[in-house]
Design a protein around this ligand. Structure first.
Ligand SMILES: Nc1nc2c(ncn2[C@@H]2O[C@H](COP(=O)(O)OP(=O)(O)OP(=O)(O)O)[C@@H](O)[C@H]2O)c(=O)[nH]1
Ligand SMILES: [Mg+2]
Length: 359
């Protein structure tokens, strides 16, 4: 389990001040007080929306403030109420007080809307303070201040996509270009020793979580390399992405076959998870070479996929309106280059769709 968190500063609006005003009419000298009340400051609400699944839209934005109430006006006119602020978060978000670490809200239920900070009350205008002894009060109340709070939003993450590949094939590099994560990258095997997560944004409120794990080699199930222990970190992912390096000294077919076998030895259940395949480091090949490699791969494993674009093959649903996909063959096979930024948007799109489809 990994945690995504952001620290923000939230304030409800200040109440508007009451007005000091006196009636002014023709032929009326020294009219009575008619100062209206100030408007209430806007409140801050949290709203849970499952159409958002990321906190990333809070990044680069620190202060969230509801509107202040407007001051009261003459002729007993109220000041306008400050607009409320609604902060939209995904289900599973906790609101934590930064000062003492207390969990203030635990937002689970889709559609839930919770008052977090009440706006300041508006001040009373001088019209309220007329009395027998004071016919012309020059006093009005100030609005009450809003409430400020420093909080942390925390969202517990479970990986949606797990990367499975030999060492040094470009898994961490891919995570570094798809997400904000900064995993270690180097040109030797077993650079990554512990799994880590990256959040991949797909539009403002949409994202999925990708898990970078250490490389797997043949015999990993018997403890070769780093073994298979760490596969438990991707046991609950919805989708596996097999990462095949076309420039590796190991043959493409051998990489894929070995990886499938090792995953199966680790867990029958995990090996039945829907999956996709990418060929990395496409930039090292001459134009045209990649198509041949992709075709050979599909043929070797008898994967019947539809050629959608030059380096993209996809599984089409068996029936047009029933979105049923065969879990024994890849949902897509795609050539990419992290270094050149090639086909990364396509990859994001297909990963996102596959994750949603298998939710
Ligand atoms: N030419 C080229 N090289 C790449 C590309 N992606 C990664 N590399 C290089 O491949 C090497 C290994 O990259 P990593 O991302 O560390 O590979 P990894 O799969 O995470 O490796 P381990 O953590 O050891 O399992 C590095 O030297 C990268 O610069 C690519 O798209 N093109
Ligand atoms: Mg790595």
């Amino acid at each position: 389990m990994f945690v995504d968190s952001v620290e923000i500063f939230v304030s409800s609006g200040k109440g508007g001040e009451g007005a000091v005003s006196f009636r002014r009419e023709k032929f009326v000298i020294n009219g009575g007080p008619d100062g209206g009340d100030g408007g209430k400051g806007g409140s801050v609400y949290f709203k849970v929306d499952r159409n958002t699944d990321t906190l990333s839209h809070f990044r680069g934005h620190k202060h969230f403030k509801a509107q202040n109430g407007q001051p009261g006006l003459g002729r007993n006119k109220y000041g306008k109420k400050g607009e409320d602020l609604e902060i939209i978060v995904p289900p599973g978000t906790q609101v934590i007080d930064l000062e003492n670490g207390e969990i203030l809200l635990d937002l689970l239920q889709d559609g839930e809307r919770v008052l977090f900070l009440e706006g300041g009350k508006g001040g009373l205008g001088n019209a309220h303070f007329k009395s027998a002894t004071n016919q012309r009060p020059t006093y009005a109340q100030k609005g009450l201040p809003g409430i400020d709070k420093k909080i942390r939003l925390e969202l517990k993450l479970i990986a949606d996509v797990g990367l499975v590949g030999f060492p040094n094939v470009g898994k961490s590099t891919l995570v570094s270009v798809l997400s904000h994560a900064k995993p270690q990258i180097a040109n030797y095997e077993f650079t990554t020793l512990i799994p880590s997560l990256g959040i991949v944004d797909v539009g403002e409120f949409r994202s999925f979580v990708i898990a970078d794990i250490p490389g797997i080699i043949g015999g990993a199930s018997e403890g070769k390399g780093l073994g298979l222990e760490f596969l438990k970190h991707i046991e609950r992912t919805r989708f596996l992405l097999f990462v095949i390096d076309i420039s590796n000294y190991r043959e493409i077919a051998e990489q894929f076959k070995t990886l499938r076998e090792e995953v199966e030895k680790f867990s029958q259940e995990l090996s039945k998870r829907p999956f996709g395949v990418i060929f990395t480091k496409l930039d090292v090949l001459e134009e045209g070479e990649i198509s041949q490699k992709l075709e050979d791969f599909l043929q070797e494993f008898d994967f019947k996929l539809k050629k959608e674009e030059e380096e993209l093959y996809i599984q089409t649903s068996k029936e047009e309106y029933i979105l049923e996909f065969d879990k024994n063959i890849p949902q897509f096979v795609l050539g990419i280059s992290s270094v050149m930024g090639k086909n990364l948007e396509i990859l994001k799109k297909y990963l996102y769709e596959s994750v949603k489809r298998n939710a």
